[in-house]
Structure formats: structure tokens, C-alpha cells
Design a protein around this ligand. Sequence first.
Ligand SMILES: [Fe+2]
Ligand SMILES: [Fe+2]
Ligand SMILES: [Fe+2]
Length: 419
Amino acid sequence: MSIISSQNVITIIRKTLSILNPNIMAHGEIVGYILYKMLEYGQDYSEQEILEYTMLGMMHDIGLYRVDGLDNVADFELKNTWSHSIYGFLFLKYLSPMGDRAEIVLYHHLDYERYGLVKMKYEHVTACLALADKMDSFMRRDKTEMETDYFTRYRDIKVSGKALDIFLEAEKKFGITAKLVSGEYKEELGALLSRSQWSEGYKKSFLEMLVYTIDFRSEYTVLHTMATVNFAVQLGKLMGVGAREQKRMYYGALLHDLGKIAIPLDILESPGKLSDEEMRIMKAHVRITEIILSGLVEPDVLEIAIRHHEKLDGSGYHKGLTEKELTLPQKIVAVADMLSALYGQRSYKPSFESGKIEKILNKDADNYKISKPVVDCLMKNYDNIINNFEEQKGETIGLYLKIKEQYEEIWKKFEGIMQ
Ligand SMILES: [Fe+2]
Ligand SMILES: [Fe+2]
Ligand SMILES: [Fe+2]
């Protein structure tokens, strides 16, 4: 049995991204739904293929999440057409399991008459996504100022005529717009998504993408979750945690800071000590993680995720639990999280050397804050644990740097066809 179902993985992604910006997610779901019905009408794709394209449709604006505090999607999209298309493409290409099809997102704002200027492998789906995207903007056109005859006027210029015909046929057959208005589409979309059957690797990869979307928001947190997972899994093995439990630790550690999606970047990147008010906001991340994950993961995984700031003497948050209520995996993840923060460079501190880390962790263990046996195990194996992490971390940094570099490259490459 798997620890998280495919459907719940999707729900976690939707819930998390909705918290960061509900408008982008709502727009994504409508576009995903329109695309789904268009592809269903064409009957050229299997259900699992349609499902993947629908997911892509839902996440086509994921590149917009790089910018904090947007509320008017339509407005922002116009100004940053290429910027978010490129980021979205790179995120999906390198971080999601759908990498091969990411180009669909790259070209979702490209005018149809320019398709010949670029090499496209998925031209038809790209044209359908672009149309679905414009259709949603058109339906909310008070914000986008599209002319009433937009689609006929720009047939085969801005939008593909073939995609437009498919939409119109699908509209006749399925009543797409009526379902969008009544809200019925949500159920239908949910039913499609519930039929996803993903492998463990595929699910992991989607959740990792979500975590990177959050951690890559700040230079200082690029490695935080990956380091926490790595340290936790190593410590779990060393302390004889069973295989099934180790898996739960993996997921618990992976999801432990999901709630940080709701914390503003200026607090996450604050260079000094946080004020009381800022600290209160920062601490809310645990509660938000709980809201996102409740009912979607096994209770054991949820508890590992939301207890990483609890202290043995009851002085932690958010519940103020004490030692006897905390399990070994929970105590391990709490130490792994601290180690990750101490070892990594943060906005408010440089990376600490081993002597200083040892002193801080031992002091906390002696003061009955974190588990002494876990800290002892860590100290006994310190160099090994750090070396193993150092070997693995290149991969994450590599992804981060690749996205940064390629962003610039793609800008340059497409300068000619951008308008
Ligand atoms: Fe877009
Ligand atoms: Fe945390
Ligand atoms: Fe953390």
C-alpha cells in the first residue's frame, strides 16, 4: 500500500498553490478543464494522457508563483507573458515528472501565426491550451479588454482555427461554459483526477516539484527541505527505524515546511532577528502545513510534518507537546530540521562550522529541548552524515542554477519573436 494516493498528491498541490495565490490556481483549473474537454472531444488521446495534459493545463501559470502578492492575474500576465512562460517551462521541465511535455507551457502565449518560427513537438495540445487560456480570459474580459469578436477576428492569427473549431464542437457536445458558470466543472475535473494511477516515483517527483517551488523562492532556502530529508533519513537508518517508518519520515520531512508558502518573502529573508509580530507569522507555517495535509496523508506522516518545532519540555509549537507524546521519527525530523538550518547559510546567519553546530545542538539536548539520543547519534556520525549530504546536494543546487541560467538563455533566444 502506498503512503499517499495519486489523487491526494494532486489535492496537496492544488491546496498549497491556492494558498499562495487563489486566482492563479482557479484560473489554472478552468483552463485545465477546458483543455480536458477539448482533448476528450478529439478522441485522439488515452485517459492517462488527457490527465497529464489536464495537469499541465492546471499548472500552466506556475511560473507566476515566483512573484509575491499578485492579485490580478490578467493584468500581470499581459506584462510578463514571456517571463512566466519561461519560468513555468523550466520548472516543469526540470522539476516535474512531465518534463518532456513542458514546451506546451513555454508557448502558451505564442501567437498561432508564429508557430512556424519555433520547433514544436506538441503543436496541437499547445494550440488547444493557448485557446483554453484565452477563452477563460475572454469570459472575464472586463479585466482583459478583449474585443467581442476576438476569436473570429484573430482566427489563425492569434489563435489556431482548428483548436477553435474543436472548442466550439466540444462546447456543443459537453456544455463547457454552462458547467463553468454553474461550478459543475469542479466535480468533473475532480473525477478525472481521481482516476490517476501514478507510480511511487511519479508521486514523489510531483511533491518534490511542489517543495522546490517553495524553497526556490529564496536563495537561502534552496537546500533547506532537501537537507532536512537527507539528514532525517540518514539518522533514521542509523537509529534502527524500520523501513515503513523511514518512508513515513521521508514524506513527513519532505512536507514539513509546506506552510511556508504562506509566509511573505521579506519575513523569510529577514536579515535580522524577527520581531514578535513577524515571529508570530513565521510560526503559523506549521498550522498551515496542518491545514494543507489533514486528511490527505497518513496521520503518522502528518504528525511527523507538523511536530518539527515541538520541544521535549513542552516549550515548542504549535501544540506545546512534551517528550512522552513525541515519537522517535518526530524527534529525528526535529533535529534534522535544526541541523539543516544551522549547517545552511540563511539570510540572518552564515553557515556555521561543525564546532559551533555541535555546541548548539548539545546545549539544546542538555536543556531538554531536543532528543539527546538523536543528537548523540548525530555527533558520533557527524562527518559521515555531512559528507553524504554534500554528495547529494549538488543535484539540487544544479537544478536551481540550471533554471537560473537557462532562463537568461531562453530570453535571448526568443527576443526576436517576443512582442
Ligand atoms: Fe500564462
Ligand atoms: Fe518549520
Ligand atoms: Fe524546516
